[in-house]
Design a protein around this ligand. Structure first.
Ligand code: SAM
Length: 373
């Protein structure tokens, strides 16, 4: 622990983020990163507790009050390297690897390729802390900037032939709504589409802030609603697109289910925290090797979950692409499920056989099993 604190202590200027994880702890993950608030650097602490994410901003010295020793994996990402500590056999083992992404993020030399370019005047991005007042990318927000840009690019790619000048989009689990605001900006300002965009999230205070921001920038058809997407009543008129970016665990399933139920043409979803199968998968016969080590089991379960989701979409008449939407080092949750409703004949599937055989519980499958071929 001393070594960890020594590295943090020496690298105040260099730290891009610190990630603490332990799937057995009440707070499963904490991400600490510098953010610019009123021109002062604060340290944002993002805590993942059950299905929710909580944010607080603290001073640098308060980082040392966080109980690092509750976490089995600690990653300190600096501008030059990733320093990883893994707790095994009663001690933390350290591994250092070069971090080329941090270097890219400092030079911003790819900005010219993005749909929302650095230097573009998008005041709401400044308000959200992604751009500085002179429209430069805030260094600590580079990952977010890149994620939302790539997300929009992936949408841009599928709506090239969109035949109408109006579009209704629902964003499930919008959180602070970086994506929602930019999506609205992109549709209305760049595509000149009369967009009606609604973001849903469990966090009331975040929803209030987002509504205030939408009002401030006269984004009149952008609205945020406090709702639990797994059970509350949501907008149910014509919906053209459903998006979700890192909607926790089964919240992604409810987004996909809602889209399917409402015959939505475009679904663009990047899942996150796929814990469900990880918690209920017990025995997969000759492949039990994949369940032996926690980290492999977790990744396998996440991939298995997203394969089931994609297969369900295909089975129900969607053309599905699975894309690595940003480089793995920007976010480990980087697989995008992009689906477009097609008139193609439904694929048949052996999903039911697999799911029954291995007694797996998966929410989207549970919600839709009677509709599958
Ligand atoms: C990791 S954040 C992602 C936020 C945002 N989409 C982004 O990428 O910045 C996950 C969000 O999912 C929300 N969430 C989780 N379960 C939900 C549910 N059942 N209904 C609505 N929101 C939910 C949480 O409140 C949290 O804001």
């Amino acid at each position: 622990m001393e070594k960890i604190f020594e590295i943090i202590n020496k690298n105040e200027e260099n730290i891009v983020k610190i990630v603490l994880s332990n799937t057995d702890s009440e707070i499963k993950k904490i991400i600490i990163r510098p953010v610019l608030i009123n021109n002062k650097i604060k340290w944002q602490v993002e805590k993942y507790i059950k299905m929710q994410v909580f944010h607080t901003n603290i001073d640098y010295k308060e980082i040392f009050n966080i109980p690092f020793n509750n976490y089995l994996q600690i990653l300190i990402e600096t501008k030059g390297e990733n320093i990883q500590f893994i707790y095994k056999k009663n001690k933390y083992n350290m591994k250092i690897t070069p971090n080329s992404i941090a270097n890219i993020s400092l030079s911003h030399n790819k900005a010219k390729d993005y749909i929302i370019k650095e230097g573009e005047n998008v005041p709401v991005l400044t308000e959200l802390g992604v751009f500085t007042k002179d429209n430069k990318i805030v260094k600590s927000m580079y990952d977010k900037y890149k994620q939302i840009n790539k997300f929009i690019e992936c949408i841009d790619d599928i709506i090239k032939d969109y035949p109408s000048n109006t579009m209704t989009v629902l964003d499930f689990a919008c959180g602070k709504s970086y994506l929602t605001f930019i999506l609205y900006y992109y549709l209305t300002e760049k595509k000149k589409i009369k967009a009606n965009v609604i973001g849903y999230d469990l966090k009331e205070d975040v929803i209030t802030n987002c509504n205030n921001l939408a009002k401030k920038y006269a984004y009149n058809s952008l609205e945020f609603i406090h709702a639990d997407v797994s059970k509350d009543t949501l907008y149910d008129k014509q919906i053209d697109m459903v998006v979700s970016l890192h909607a926790c665990d089964t919240a992604t399933d409810y987004a996909l289910n809602y889209a399917i139920a409402h015959n939505v043409k475009y679904i663009v979803s990047v899942p996150c925290c796929q814990h469900e199968i990880n918690n209920n998968i017990k025995d997969i016969g000759e492949f039990n090797l994949l369940l032996k080590d926690g980290i492999i089991k977790e990744r396998f379960s996440a991939l298995f979950t997203d394969s089931i989701r994609s297969e369900i979409l295909r089975n129900l008449g969607y053309k599905v692409d699975l894309l690595e939407f940003v480089d793995l080092s920007h976010t480990p949750k980087n697989i995008m499920i992009r689906a477009v409703k097609s008139s193609k004949k439904k694929d048949s599937s052996n999903l039911s056989t697999i799911i029954k055989k291995y007694s797996i519980k998966q929410t989207l499958y549970e919600l839709l099993k009677d509709k599958l071929k």
